[in-house]
Design a protein around this ligand. Sequence first.
Ligand code: HEC
Ligand code: HEC
Length: 144
Amino acid sequence: MRHHTKLLAAALVALGLGAGLPAVAADVTSLRGAVAVDELDAKPEIWGVEEGKAFGRAYRQQPPLIPHRVDKYEVDLKTNQCLSCHDWPFNTEFGAPKVSETHYVDRQGNRLDNVARTRWFCTQCHVPQMDAPELVDNTFEPAR
Ligand code: HEC
Ligand code: HEC
């Protein structure tokens, strides 16, 4: 690794770019803060899932947030434990909201008996809700 870095530095010096490098690197900050590249981050804070009451949606088409923990539920190519509560007819037994009807339609618009493969990996779109601060400050306001 170090060997490569030296080679790169040598190449940049040869191009007449070497002198500008250290100054640029010193100005760069990232979400990690001012932590040197070879240092470990401080442990991140762990935010618990807010269970029970569902958070509102910030815009009409938003995938609803998940008001419960999901770390015990396996989802892979063959198994989807979310569906054992959220697919019809199990949803009535568990008092869980049924997956949306849109989840039974494939890319070509065909209606299916089972959840479409395009909706298989639930946590691609649905994430557990937490009252954590934004990583980056922003002025986003929910649509009205
Ligand atoms: C043991 C049954 C069970 C399992 C397994 C389960 N859920 Fe739930 N889920 C519920 C219930 C019950 C609710 C209704 C709110 C509550 O009681 O927490 C819910 C609520 C939700 C909601 C909110 C829906 C809305 O309309 O607001 C989403 C999204 C959701 N779950 C996604 C998932 C995903 C994704 C998984 C798998 C990673 C999963 N659930 C696994 C029972 C389950
Ligand atoms: C590609 C993104 C995507 C994936 C993947 C996905 N969903 Fe959704 N889901 C949404 C969106 C968007 C909505 C709200 C609009 C709608 O109803 O289609 C929704 C709605 C829901 C609802 C609320 C239904 C209602 O009538 O209130 C539940 C429950 C749900 N999804 C569960 C799941 C589960 C379980 C999976 C995995 C099997 C899953 N979703 C996969 C995007 C997704």
